[in-house]
Design a protein around this ligand. Structure first.
Ligand code: SF4
Length: 247
């Protein structure tokens, strides 16, 4: 500002300062209006999703946080149905973190082979469970910062565990949540962590967990990656993608 005012008369300086103040006020108003519009839009979307997907929930089967942690690791690049087929036998054979930690990697690899990427998954499960056993008394800590430090556990897995096993609200951004949020215009970002932040700002906290399950269900059934079924979509009135594609 000082650079711009250099050499100007006092009158000019006052005029310039007033104008720039006006401009920043306008910009602030514009941003506030855009924020309010996004809030209203998010609330409308939440209400529609509640009506259409009232029973949306985690489709992985589990009885305790450790089982959910393992199931979520296995679900990477694999369907939840496939994980649910493998899980009962696995959970029976490995009832504790210590049981996984003490298993030879090749043996665990054979047990989880059908979920794909089994070498990496087995390596991460054994390493993560060794830490749980050694440093957390075999329990899964209900703490995002601790969870994301475990081998093979990113924010997505950590938020799945916190939200569904501990009831701690978190936004889980998987491929469906990212795609549908982008299309709806709830986030313009591609990076999952930034999408997570965008959604946390406009979706009420108590809705975070169920909202993500609803978006996943919607992404699988209606807003599919290649061919979104716009004409039958209950969200089309609020969707940027639909508006842009003239439906
Ligand atoms: S209107 Fe189309 S693009 Fe938008 S959420 Fe629905 S299916 Fe997806």
């Amino acid at each position: 500002m000082e650079k711009l005012l250099r050499g100007k008369t006092v009158k000019d300086r006052i005029f310039f300062k007033k104008e720039s103040l006006k401009m920043s006020r306008n910009e602030k108003n514009k941003a506030a209006n855009a924020g309010a519009h996004l809030d209203r839009k998010a609330r409308a979307i939440v209400a529609i999703l509640d009506r259409h997907y009232p029973d949306a929930r985690c489709s992985l089967e589990f009885r305790n946080p450790l089982q959910l942690l393992i199931a979520t690791i296995l679900s990477a690049q694999c369907t939840d149905e496939r994980v649910n087929m493998v899980a009962p036998g696995l959970f029976e054979k490995y009832p504790t973190a210590k049981a996984y930690a003490e298993t030879p990697q090749e043996e665990l690899e054979a047990d989880i082979r059908s979920t794909g990427f089994y070498r990496n998954k087995a390596k991460n499960i054994i390493a993560a469970c060794a830490i749980l056993d050694r440093e957390h008394g075999g329990e899964v800590p209900a703490d995002l910062d601790v969870l994301v430090k475990l081998p093979g556990i990113g924010r997505k897995t950590a938020n799945v565990v916190l939200g569904n096993a501990f009831g701690i609200p978190g936004v889980v951004v998987d491929t469906h949540v990212a795609r549908v949020s982008n299309r709806l215009g709830l986030s313009a970002n591609k990076d999952p962590e930034k999408i997570e932040r965008d959604l946390m700002e406009v979706v009420p906290r108590e809705k975070w967990v169920v909202f993500c399950h609803q978006l996943i269900q919607h992404g699988r059934a209606v807003c599919q990656a290649r061919k979104p079924k716009i004409t039958v979509c209950p969200l089309r009135e609020h969707c940027d993608y639909a508006a842009e594609h003239g439906e």
